[in-house]
Write a protein that binds this ligand. Structure first.
Ligand code: CO
Length: 142
């Protein structure tokens, strides 16, 4: 068996009905000071921003329309909710091969994520109900 393994926790994804209100909550309630400007990812149907923390990030995700994959999640969880966790990996293509070899269900093909590097998702049924994002470590990190 390959010694493929996940690396650092990169971020926790949180789906929200309003990214603006969610940013305000992180500022006003938790005192977060380093929050990135929201940007649209039309291919994924979402608007995204990051709350930067000393050791990690919270990724806030708002659906761009009813057709967004996040829209259903918000329908079921109107106040928003924890959507996924993201671990870094060295090589996304190796990750896909190994995940499938180990019996996991990889959702979709590798695609560019919010950090500009390749990502995949692993079905929640493989990880105690948690949707897992695997993301190639951005260059210059770690
Ligand atoms: Co993410």
């Amino acid at each position: 068996m390959s010694d493929f393994r996940i690396g650092p926790l990169n971020h926790v994804g949180v789906a929200v009905p309003s990214i603006e209100q969610a940013c305000q909550t992180y500022r006003d309630l938790y005192g977060a000071t380093d929050i990135t400007t929201p940007f649209d990812m039309p291919d994924q149907g979402v608007k995204v921003c990051f709350v930067n923390l000393p050791n990690s990030q919270i990724e806030l995700i708002e659906p761009l329309s009813d057709a967004s994959p996040i829209a259903n999640f918000i329908k079921k969880n109107p106040a928003g909710g924890q959507h996924h966790v993201c671990f870094e990996v060295a090589d996304i293509h190796e990750a896909v091969v190994e995940m499938e070899k180990r019996g996991a269900t990889v959702l979709g093909k590798p695609r560019i994520g919010a950090h500009g590097t390749l990502i995949i998702f692993v079905h929640p049924k493989n990880s105690n109900g948690v949707l897992v994002e695997l993301m190639e470590t951005p260059k210059g990190h770690h």
